[in-house]
Design a protein around this ligand. Sequence first.
Ligand SMILES: Cc1cc2c(cc1C)N(C[C@H](O)[C@H](O)[C@H](O)COP(=O)(O)O)c1[nH]c(=O)[nH]c(=O)c1N2
Length: 209
Amino acid sequence: MREFEPDFRDELYELMRWRRDVRRFRTTPVDEALLMRCLDAFSHAPSVGLSEPWRIVRVESAEARAAARANFEVANAEALARYDGDQADNYAKLKLAGMDQAPVQLAIFCDEATTKGHGLGAASMPEMRRYSVVSAVTLFWLAARAEGLGLGWVSVLDPEQLCHDLDVPEDWALIGYFCIGYPEANHETPELLREGWEARAAALDIRSI
Ligand SMILES: Cc1cc2c(cc1C)N(C[C@H](O)[C@H](O)[C@H](O)COP(=O)(O)O)c1[nH]c(=O)[nH]c(=O)c1N2
């Protein structure tokens, strides 16, 4: 087992602090080899039963991007309608997706019907397949950040509509829509915290029994 140097560990923790959800991107293109290097994180990610249920769709055509963008607009308007008063005003001011600028956009799905892994670990908890995709996304997120890229996770969407518009198999469940590119700015604090929407928990909720 390889031992990592203290400097590397410090940088790893720093990377985790710098990993932010990015909603404002520069339009600078992302080098294809660099993107592939980041996506290789999926090849090393954990998955229930080694099922590797992630399915990645590169959303590149103007038509597909327009459909995703329109989907977000509708879902965002519906989300706004659920808030009242000051909270509605605050919500309306938030930027919750960078779909206009992000040079790379990915829709990532979980294949709920995969037979890979032979069901190990997912018989009583099939949601583990989705958790596997989420854990892989997190590795990809860190790899992208280490390469200077930002990632924005968009879930203000109607998943059924997006699955239909992107024409994916019916057993694929949407995990998220991801905007990727060089951030306009780097921050050590979440944008929602800076905008006064929500604060970080004061302490971790860890219980002993
Ligand atoms: C599963 C999931 C889904 C979403 C998010 C995250 C995750 C994990 N986040 C980003 C989220 O708001 C952000 O992570 C928190 O505000 C904390 O900020 P940092 O990621 O630390 O910058 C997010 N942000 C946003 O602007 N629009 C969105 O639709 C979503 N959806």
